[in-house]
Design a protein around this ligand. Structure first.
Ligand code: ADP
Ligand code: ADP
Length: 239
């Protein structure tokens, strides 16, 4: 069962830069893929092509068999709901509580006026608690996001993304702003999405060391091209 597939994908920016150059790969359900490469290699372009934050110039991107370049309107929104996003900068509402940030995952990335006013079902509240348990932050439920450490914020972002019950989670340099120890905690939470939830994970990483430790597979990019694509050495795997 293939969750994500790139077929001859190229992206040329308006200034002429070729961000992606004939990218081909497919990812089976439940695989944890790390995309590594130097700054400017095309990692963000690749990731953002999946949910159409970036429109590709050529080729097809398939998510659960559906060509994302061809869907519009309601179908595009439905497809985006299957894709969880984790950002380098967390994208939390800093002045809202952890609970409200997580509940916002039901509708998108930001709380709606309903969630801000506290209008959410007891069922959704229970679900938010469930997700926070998975990232060991249930004790922070009523704290404001701006009182958390960077690692805790990223784990709230992971809990938020779980609220949309994604089949695929994309993380763009999720630990780039964190220290090594905190990075390990966040990587482990991402690893657990694959392990316990059978979610397919694609994560852009600067650190080959973290990729080797947590990923099943490593795709190396350089100048918008895949320069290697191989299984990570299982002997290094986190368990
Ligand atoms: P698209 O082709 O996807 O519409 P654009 O070429 O319009 O993208 O660029 C979007 C924005 O990113 C523009 O404001 C552009 O100036 C800016 N930009 C240009 N070069 C770079 C770069 N190397 N890295 C990041 N952003 C850039
Ligand atoms: P990475 O995420 O690996 O650092 P990017 O995908 O951001 O790489 O960038 C790939 C290439 O595309 C780089 O040469 C970058 O400068 C260029 N680029 C990225 N965004 C834009 C943009 N909006 N407009 C023009 N060029 C861009």
């Amino acid at each position: 069962e293939t969750v994500l597939e790139f077929q001859h994908v190229s992206k040329r920016y308006r200034n002429g830069v070729l961000g992606l150059d004939d990218i081909n790969f497919s990812v089976p359900k439940g695989q944890f893929v790390a995309v590594v490469g130097l700054s400017g290699a095309g990692k963000s372009t690749l990731l953002n092509s999946v949910n159409r934050m970036i429109e590709i110039t050529n080729g097809s991107v398939l998510v659960n068999g559906q060509d994302v370049t061809k869907v519009r309107g309601r179908k595009l929104r439905h497809m985006r709901r299957q894709i969880g996003m984790i950002f380098q900068g967390f994208n939390l509402v800093e002045r809202a509580t952890v609970q409200k940030n997580v509940l916002a995952g039901r509708t998108g990335y930001y709380p709606t006026w309903k969630t801000l006013l506290g209008w959410y079902s007891t069922q959704d509240q229970a679900l938010a608690v469930e997700q926070l348990k998975k990232v060991n932050l249930v004790q922070k439920l009523y704290q404001r996001a701006d009182q958390l450490s960077g690692g805790q914020k990223q784990r709230v972002a992971i809990a938020r993304t779980l609220m949309q019950d994604p089949t695929l989670v994309l993380a763009d340099e999720p630990v780039a702003s964190l220290d090594p120890k905190t990075s390990t905690g966040v990587m482990r939470d991402l690893y657990n999405l694959k392990k316990y939830e059978k979610i397919t994970v694609l994560v852009n990483l600067h650190s080959v060391e973290l990729a080797l430790k947590y990923a099943d597979r490593i795709i190396g990019l350089r100048d918008g091209r895949i320069v290697y694509d191989r299984a990570a050495d299982q002997s290094n795997q986190a368990e």
